[in-house]
Ligand binder design. Sequence first.
Ligand SMILES: [Zn+2]
Length: 317
Amino acid sequence: MYHRATKQPAAATALAAALAVAAGAPAGALTINLSEITNGNTYPIIGGTAEAAPALQGGGTLASVIQAAADYWETVILSPGTLNVYFGWSNLSGSTLATATQYTVARDFNGNPDGGPSGKDGVIEFDNSGRTWFADSTPFDNSEYMAFFEPMVDLGGGEMSLGREYGSPTGFAVGAHDLFTVALHEIGHQLGFSDLGQPIDDQFYDGTGAPGGTVGYVDIGPFEGADLTLSGEPGSASPHLAHSMALMNPSISTGERRYASDVDVAAIHTLSQFGSVDYNAAAIGAGAEGTIPLPASLVLLLSGLGAIGAMRARRAA
Ligand SMILES: [Zn+2]
Protein backbone atom coordinates (compact mmCIF):
# COMPACT_ATOMS: atom_id res chain seq x y z
CA MET A 1 0.00 0.00 0.00
CA TYR A 2 1.24 3.44 -0.78
CA HIS A 3 -0.02 6.53 0.98
CA ARG A 4 0.39 10.14 0.09
CA ALA A 5 2.48 12.06 2.55
CA THR A 6 3.77 15.47 3.40
CA LYS A 7 7.44 15.39 2.66
CA GLN A 8 10.11 16.46 5.06
CA PRO A 9 13.20 18.05 3.53
CA ALA A 10 15.61 15.47 2.27
CA ALA A 11 18.47 14.79 4.60
CA ALA A 12 21.20 14.67 2.49
CA THR A 13 22.93 13.78 -0.11
CA ALA A 14 24.27 13.31 -3.48
CA LEU A 15 22.57 15.08 -6.29
CA ALA A 16 22.85 13.93 -9.85
CA ALA A 17 20.68 13.31 -12.81
CA ALA A 18 21.11 11.27 -15.91
CA LEU A 19 19.30 9.47 -18.60
CA ALA A 20 19.18 5.73 -18.68
CA VAL A 21 17.79 3.17 -21.02
CA ALA A 22 16.06 0.14 -19.61
CA ALA A 23 17.53 -3.12 -20.73
CA GLY A 24 15.44 -6.16 -21.51
CA ALA A 25 15.16 -8.91 -18.98
CA PRO A 26 17.99 -11.41 -19.21
CA ALA A 27 17.07 -14.91 -20.25
CA GLY A 28 16.03 -17.06 -17.33
CA ALA A 29 15.09 -14.12 -15.16
CA LEU A 30 11.83 -13.64 -13.37
CA THR A 31 8.87 -13.16 -15.69
CA ILE A 32 6.13 -10.80 -14.63
CA ASN A 33 2.89 -11.31 -16.53
CA LEU A 34 0.48 -8.39 -16.43
CA SER A 35 -3.27 -8.57 -17.03
CA GLU A 36 -5.40 -5.44 -16.96
CA ILE A 37 -8.86 -5.72 -15.45
CA THR A 38 -10.85 -3.06 -17.20
CA ASN A 39 -13.90 -1.11 -16.10
CA GLY A 40 -16.80 -3.32 -15.10
CA ASN A 41 -14.86 -6.56 -15.01
CA THR A 42 -14.23 -8.65 -11.91
CA TYR A 43 -10.85 -8.86 -10.26
CA PRO A 44 -9.60 -12.41 -9.82
CA ILE A 45 -8.47 -13.44 -6.35
CA ILE A 46 -10.04 -10.51 -4.49
CA GLY A 47 -13.37 -10.22 -6.28
CA GLY A 48 -14.97 -6.84 -6.69
CA THR A 49 -15.28 -4.87 -9.87
CA ALA A 50 -12.67 -2.73 -11.53
CA GLU A 51 -13.68 0.84 -12.20
CA ALA A 52 -13.03 3.39 -14.91
CA ALA A 53 -9.61 4.90 -15.47
CA PRO A 54 -9.34 8.46 -14.23
CA ALA A 55 -7.91 11.24 -16.35
CA LEU A 56 -4.13 10.86 -16.49
CA GLN A 57 -1.54 13.44 -17.43
CA GLY A 58 1.77 12.81 -19.16
CA GLY A 59 0.74 10.73 -22.16
CA GLY A 60 1.08 7.28 -20.64
CA THR A 61 -1.54 4.77 -19.57
CA LEU A 62 -1.72 2.54 -16.53
CA ALA A 63 -0.89 -0.43 -18.75
CA SER A 64 2.19 1.24 -20.26
CA VAL A 65 3.44 2.51 -16.92
CA ILE A 66 3.04 -0.76 -15.00
CA GLN A 67 4.70 -2.57 -17.93
CA ALA A 68 7.74 -0.32 -17.49
CA ALA A 69 7.73 -1.08 -13.77
CA ALA A 70 7.58 -4.82 -14.45
CA ASP A 71 10.40 -4.51 -17.00
CA TYR A 72 12.54 -2.81 -14.37
CA TRP A 73 11.98 -5.51 -11.77
CA GLU A 74 12.69 -8.20 -14.37
CA THR A 75 16.17 -6.74 -14.82
CA VAL A 76 16.75 -6.81 -11.05
CA ILE A 77 15.40 -10.24 -10.07
CA LEU A 78 17.35 -12.76 -12.12
CA SER A 79 16.04 -15.93 -10.52
CA PRO A 80 13.70 -17.85 -12.80
CA GLY A 81 10.05 -17.82 -11.91
CA THR A 82 6.73 -16.27 -12.75
CA LEU A 83 4.67 -13.58 -11.11
CA ASN A 84 1.16 -13.01 -12.48
CA VAL A 85 -0.25 -9.60 -11.64
CA TYR A 86 -3.79 -8.43 -12.32
CA PHE A 87 -4.25 -4.69 -12.14
CA GLY A 88 -6.91 -2.07 -12.51
CA TRP A 89 -8.51 1.02 -11.04
CA SER A 90 -10.59 1.05 -7.87
CA ASN A 91 -12.03 3.72 -5.62
CA LEU A 92 -9.77 3.35 -2.60
CA SER A 93 -10.40 4.98 0.72
CA GLY A 94 -8.61 7.83 2.45
CA SER A 95 -5.00 8.45 1.55
CA THR A 96 -4.40 5.12 -0.15
CA LEU A 97 -2.81 5.51 -3.57
CA ALA A 98 -2.76 1.83 -4.40
CA THR A 99 -2.87 -1.54 -2.75
CA ALA A 100 -1.39 -4.96 -3.47
CA THR A 101 -3.06 -8.25 -2.57
CA GLN A 102 -1.60 -11.71 -2.99
CA TYR A 103 -3.40 -14.96 -3.58
CA THR A 104 -1.68 -16.96 -0.90
CA VAL A 105 1.05 -16.51 1.65
CA ALA A 106 3.44 -18.69 -0.34
CA ARG A 107 6.76 -17.35 -1.55
CA ASP A 108 6.68 -19.60 -4.56
CA PHE A 109 7.54 -17.99 -7.86
CA ASN A 110 7.47 -21.27 -9.75
CA GLY A 111 3.76 -21.28 -10.33
CA ASN A 112 1.08 -23.81 -9.70
CA PRO A 113 1.06 -27.02 -11.74
CA ASP A 114 -2.70 -26.88 -12.20
CA GLY A 115 -2.38 -23.76 -14.26
CA GLY A 116 -4.48 -21.78 -11.83
CA PRO A 117 -3.37 -18.91 -9.69
CA SER A 118 0.12 -19.53 -8.42
CA GLY A 119 1.29 -18.82 -4.93
CA LYS A 120 2.53 -15.43 -6.02
CA ASP A 121 -0.37 -14.31 -8.16
CA GLY A 122 -1.69 -10.99 -7.00
CA VAL A 123 -3.85 -7.98 -7.68
CA ILE A 124 -2.81 -4.34 -7.68
CA GLU A 125 -5.52 -1.70 -7.46
CA PHE A 126 -4.80 1.95 -8.20
CA ASP A 127 -6.96 4.73 -6.83
CA ASN A 128 -9.32 6.49 -9.23
CA SER A 129 -11.02 8.65 -6.62
CA GLY A 130 -9.85 11.92 -8.11
CA ARG A 131 -6.19 12.47 -7.32
CA THR A 132 -3.80 13.83 -9.93
CA TRP A 133 -1.73 11.11 -11.54
CA PHE A 134 1.39 11.59 -13.65
CA ALA A 135 1.45 8.73 -16.19
CA ASP A 136 4.84 9.27 -17.75
CA SER A 137 5.06 8.12 -21.37
CA THR A 138 8.86 7.72 -20.95
CA PRO A 139 9.29 6.67 -17.32
CA PHE A 140 12.99 5.84 -17.51
CA ASP A 141 14.26 9.24 -18.57
CA ASN A 142 13.21 11.06 -15.39
CA SER A 143 13.52 14.33 -17.27
CA GLU A 144 10.58 15.92 -15.43
CA TYR A 145 12.60 15.90 -12.21
CA MET A 146 15.47 18.30 -11.61
CA ALA A 147 16.96 16.77 -8.47
CA PHE A 148 18.15 13.30 -7.52
CA PHE A 149 18.93 12.13 -4.01
CA GLU A 150 20.78 8.98 -3.06
CA PRO A 151 21.77 8.91 0.61
CA MET A 152 24.48 6.37 1.34
CA VAL A 153 25.20 4.76 4.71
CA ASP A 154 26.70 1.60 6.18
CA LEU A 155 24.03 -0.31 8.12
CA GLY A 156 26.42 -3.12 8.94
CA GLY A 157 26.74 -4.71 5.53
CA GLY A 158 28.84 -2.09 3.77
CA GLU A 159 27.86 1.26 2.31
CA MET A 160 24.46 1.11 0.65
CA SER A 161 21.85 3.48 -0.70
CA LEU A 162 18.87 4.23 1.52
CA GLY A 163 16.83 5.60 -1.33
CA ARG A 164 16.90 6.75 -4.93
CA GLU A 165 14.54 9.67 -5.11
CA TYR A 166 13.87 12.32 -7.69
CA GLY A 167 12.36 15.67 -6.73
CA SER A 168 12.04 19.23 -7.98
CA PRO A 169 9.33 18.26 -10.46
CA THR A 170 8.49 20.12 -13.64
CA GLY A 171 5.65 19.93 -16.13
CA PHE A 172 3.14 17.15 -15.61
CA ALA A 173 5.06 15.87 -12.59
CA VAL A 174 4.22 18.96 -10.53
CA GLY A 175 1.56 18.30 -7.93
CA ALA A 176 0.97 14.81 -9.27
CA HIS A 177 1.57 11.37 -7.89
CA ASP A 178 3.97 9.40 -10.04
CA LEU A 179 2.11 6.34 -11.26
CA PHE A 180 5.40 4.66 -12.22
CA THR A 181 6.77 4.89 -8.66
CA VAL A 182 3.54 3.56 -7.21
CA ALA A 183 3.61 0.64 -9.67
CA LEU A 184 7.23 -0.13 -8.72
CA HIS A 185 6.26 -0.05 -5.04
CA GLU A 186 3.24 -2.33 -5.39
CA ILE A 187 5.16 -4.88 -7.45
CA GLY A 188 7.75 -4.69 -4.66
CA HIS A 189 5.04 -5.98 -2.35
CA GLN A 190 4.35 -8.87 -4.71
CA LEU A 191 8.07 -9.68 -4.77
CA GLY A 192 8.44 -10.07 -1.04
CA PHE A 193 6.96 -7.26 1.04
CA SER A 194 3.70 -9.06 1.65
CA ASP A 195 2.20 -9.68 5.05
CA LEU A 196 2.34 -13.43 4.41
CA GLY A 197 0.00 -13.87 7.34
CA GLN A 198 2.61 -12.71 9.80
CA PRO A 199 4.07 -9.34 10.81
CA ILE A 200 6.88 -8.10 8.64
CA ASP A 201 9.33 -8.03 11.55
CA ASP A 202 8.77 -11.75 12.11
CA GLN A 203 9.79 -12.40 8.51
CA PHE A 204 13.26 -11.08 9.16
CA TYR A 205 15.72 -12.25 11.74
CA ASP A 206 18.43 -10.50 13.59
CA GLY A 207 22.00 -11.74 13.43
CA THR A 208 21.31 -14.31 16.14
CA GLY A 209 18.38 -15.94 14.36
CA ALA A 210 15.72 -14.38 16.60
CA PRO A 211 12.80 -12.32 15.27
CA GLY A 212 14.15 -8.89 14.60
CA GLY A 213 11.63 -6.49 16.12
CA THR A 214 11.90 -3.28 14.12
CA VAL A 215 15.14 -4.45 12.57
CA GLY A 216 15.29 -6.34 9.31
CA TYR A 217 18.54 -8.29 9.12
CA VAL A 218 19.85 -8.88 5.61
CA ASP A 219 21.08 -12.46 5.48
CA ILE A 220 21.92 -12.85 1.80
CA GLY A 221 23.64 -10.97 -0.99
CA PRO A 222 26.27 -8.21 -1.15
CA PHE A 223 24.87 -6.34 1.86
CA GLU A 224 24.57 -9.32 4.18
CA GLY A 225 24.83 -8.12 7.75
CA ALA A 226 22.91 -4.88 7.26
CA ASP A 227 20.21 -4.00 9.76
CA LEU A 228 17.35 -2.32 7.92
CA THR A 229 14.76 -0.31 9.80
CA LEU A 230 11.24 -1.64 9.40
CA SER A 231 8.09 0.43 9.40
CA GLY A 232 5.75 0.31 12.37
CA GLU A 233 5.92 -1.18 15.80
CA PRO A 234 6.96 -4.76 16.50
CA GLY A 235 4.06 -6.97 15.50
CA SER A 236 2.80 -4.50 12.94
CA ALA A 237 1.50 -6.10 9.80
CA SER A 238 2.63 -3.15 7.69
CA PRO A 239 5.19 -4.64 5.35
CA HIS A 240 7.36 -1.61 4.68
CA LEU A 241 10.72 -0.03 5.37
CA ALA A 242 11.05 3.07 7.54
CA HIS A 243 13.90 4.63 5.53
CA SER A 244 12.26 7.81 4.28
CA MET A 245 13.40 7.73 0.66
CA ALA A 246 13.12 3.98 0.21
CA LEU A 247 10.78 2.74 -2.50
CA MET A 248 9.22 0.47 0.12
CA ASN A 249 8.57 3.29 2.57
CA PRO A 250 4.78 3.38 3.04
CA SER A 251 4.37 7.02 2.01
CA ILE A 252 5.24 9.30 -0.85
CA SER A 253 4.41 12.88 -1.79
CA THR A 254 3.36 14.38 -5.06
CA GLY A 255 6.22 15.54 -7.25
CA GLU A 256 8.50 12.65 -6.31
CA ARG A 257 9.78 9.60 -8.11
CA ARG A 258 11.60 6.71 -6.48
CA TYR A 259 13.39 3.66 -7.76
CA ALA A 260 14.47 0.67 -5.72
CA SER A 261 17.55 1.43 -3.64
CA ASP A 262 19.96 -1.01 -2.08
CA VAL A 263 17.83 -1.27 1.08
CA ASP A 264 14.74 -2.10 -0.97
CA VAL A 265 16.48 -4.70 -3.08
CA ALA A 266 18.32 -6.22 -0.11
CA ALA A 267 15.06 -6.54 1.81
CA ILE A 268 13.27 -8.23 -1.08
CA HIS A 269 16.34 -10.41 -1.64
CA THR A 270 16.16 -11.57 1.98
CA LEU A 271 12.37 -11.91 2.16
CA SER A 272 12.09 -14.07 -0.95
CA GLN A 273 15.58 -15.59 -0.81
CA PHE A 274 16.11 -15.10 -4.52
CA GLY A 275 19.15 -16.92 -5.83
CA SER A 276 20.24 -14.19 -8.21
CA VAL A 277 19.66 -10.46 -7.88
CA ASP A 278 21.29 -7.65 -9.87
CA TYR A 279 21.81 -4.63 -7.62
CA ASN A 280 23.47 -2.71 -10.44
CA ALA A 281 20.36 -3.04 -12.60
CA ALA A 282 18.30 -1.32 -9.92
CA ALA A 283 20.73 1.59 -9.91
CA ILE A 284 20.97 1.82 -13.67
CA GLY A 285 17.22 2.01 -13.93
CA ALA A 286 17.32 4.96 -11.61
CA GLY A 287 19.94 6.73 -13.67
CA ALA A 288 22.03 6.79 -10.52
CA GLU A 289 25.21 5.68 -12.17
CA GLY A 290 25.47 8.76 -14.32
CA THR A 291 26.46 6.76 -17.37
CA ILE A 292 25.15 9.42 -19.74
CA PRO A 293 26.47 12.97 -19.38
CA LEU A 294 24.08 15.61 -18.21
CA PRO A 295 22.80 18.02 -20.83
CA ALA A 296 24.68 21.29 -20.46
CA SER A 297 21.51 23.20 -19.65
CA LEU A 298 20.68 20.82 -16.84
CA VAL A 299 24.21 21.04 -15.45
CA LEU A 300 23.84 24.81 -15.38
CA LEU A 301 20.51 24.54 -13.64
CA LEU A 302 21.89 22.17 -11.05
CA SER A 303 24.86 24.44 -10.51
CA GLY A 304 22.49 27.31 -9.99
CA LEU A 305 20.82 25.34 -7.23
CA GLY A 306 24.14 24.77 -5.55
CA ALA A 307 23.93 21.12 -6.27
CA ILE A 308 26.80 18.71 -6.35
CA GLY A 309 26.86 16.04 -8.97
CA ALA A 310 28.06 12.85 -7.36
CA MET A 311 28.47 9.40 -8.70
CA ARG A 312 28.83 6.25 -6.72
CA ALA A 313 30.83 3.23 -7.56
CA ARG A 314 28.97 0.21 -8.77
CA ARG A 315 28.78 -2.69 -6.43
CA ALA A 316 28.84 -6.26 -7.56
CA ALA A 317 25.78 -8.34 -6.77
ZN1 LIG B 1 3.07 -0.40 0.44
